[in-house]
Design a protein around this ligand. Structure first.
Ligand SMILES: C[S@@+](CC[C@H](N)C(=O)[O-])C[C@H]1O[C@@H](n2cnc3c(N)ncnc32)[C@H](O)[C@@H]1O
Length: 374
């Protein structure tokens, strides 16, 4: 079955994410890629939930077998809402609006009640699609995407509100540590490739726990370590918040995975951290957080995948001197290489390791990068 993805702001990363999960991925323009998917690739119960696992795609759509008017005429009874986005070369707000009105006219002639979502441009923004309910969940609210001669039906729109909540409402935040946006954490996890639903993902630089949080939301088990005791506490606090907020939300809760042995680590002071309170029984068994230096720590097995954002160096408030840059690069490089050496002795061949590493944009427009490829 052929699918279409509207790519996010870093299209190369979005394509890499799709390539790691699906097959026959083709980037057909700066904003679009097509791909093929089998039922077993979906890794979630509903096709419409797939978008919530892909950090790099703004919309997902499925190719229509029927002509658009035939597809629309077959929608269940009742008022229908249609949005149209046209990514074909030369498409304009005017051409799309007239296409949408043409569809509406035919449908009205056949006795259907129709609302057309107004276009401000040739394509509807993610926010417009989302806020008009065109996210693929309601059978009578549909967005169609046209790309030259092909028509697709949207099956998912990135829930920008849910990402913003996960990003901004978490209780323990530290802008100096550099918190990873949840979407990027999902991309890092997906770059590990298709994983079994019970896989255990290690983040050895877990900081405030964004990778752990996203791994849990995607139904995986999460194992975080960090050199800083403060960060270990932050991660715990954030996961606790996440679990509680999910319990009260109508959004689908963590995927149900059979519990394994309990893995809670008592805090040094012997108190429980509150994670025990009111959380689902199997949730507690699905994550673990410990304090440890990634260059020497002995992790507990199993480790099925590693996804992390390594140490990024200290935050600068003004443009650093050449010397300061070099020092930072040196420090970050030593940590990443030390970590890789330590990790290599502890994982099996074939375990995917995805690391986001820093690079520094210099005034001359060039990037200073870590030399870690060996
Ligand atoms: C850029 S932050 C990671 C932020 C994290 N992705 C988040 O969502 O908050 C890097 C983290 O690496 C930790 N760190 C630095 N050196 C370390 C080391 N040698 N071993 C383990 N953690 C280390 C820092 O304490 C910091 O929390």
């Amino acid at each position: 079955m052929k699918y279409l993805a509207v790519l996010g702001r870093q299209p190369e990363l979005s394509v890499a994410e799709l390539e790691s999960l699906f097959f026959d991925v083709r980037k057909i323009s700066e904003k679009l890629a097509t791909f093929e998917m089998m039922d077993s690739d979906k890794n979630c119960a509903e096709e419409t939930d797939l978008i919530s696992r892909l950090g790099g795609s703004l919309k997902l759509a499925k190719k229509l077998d029927l002509k658009p008017i035939e597809f629309l005429a077959n929608l269940p009874e009742g008022k229908i809402t249609i949005g149209v986005s046209d990514y074909s070369k030369g498409a304009s707000k005017k051409s799309v609006s007239s296409e949408a009105l043409k569809l509406k006219k035919i449908l009205v002639r056949h006795g259907r009640s129709v609302r057309v979502v107004e276009n401000r441009e040739a394509v509807l923004s993610t926010a417009t699609s989302l806020h008009n309910g065109l996210s693929g969940k309601n059978e009578r609210k549909v967005e169609l995407i046209k790309v030259n001669e092909d028509w697709y039906k949207v099956i998912g729109v990135q829930n920008i509100d849910a990402y913003a909540e996960r990003d901004r409402v978490r209780p323990a935040r530290d802008s100096k540590v550099g918190m990873l946006p949840p979407k990027l954490a999902q991309v890092l996890i997906n770059l590990c490739g298709p994983l079994d639903s019970n896989s255990r993902i290690l983040d050895p630089f877990c900081g405030t726990g964004v990778v752990l949080q996203e791994a849990l939301l995607m139904g995986y088990r999460a194992y975080g370590t960090d050199i800083s005791e403060k960060m270990v506490e932050y991660s715990e606090k954030n996961i606790e918040w996440l679990a509680k907020s999910r319990r009260n939300s109508s959004e689908s809760v963590f995927a149900v995975v059979e519990p394994t042995t309990a893995e809670r680590v008592p805090r040094k002071d012997g108190r429980t951290s509150g994670l025990e309170e009111g959380l689902g029984r199997d949730f507690k068994t699905r994550f673990k957080i410990q304090q440890g230096d990634a260059t020497s720590f002995q992790w507990e097995k199993p480790i099925d995948a590693v996804a992390c954002e390594g140490y990024l160096g200290k935050p600068f408030s003004k443009i650093p001197t050449e010397m300061e840059f070099k020092e930072q690069k040196h420090e970050c490089q030593a940590i990443v290489l030390g970590f890789l050496k330590n990790l290599s002795k502890q994982i099996k061949t074939g375990v995917p390791v995805i690391i986001a590493a820093p690079s520094w944009l210099r005034e001359n427009g060039e990037y200073l990068r870590l030399e870690i490829l060996d």
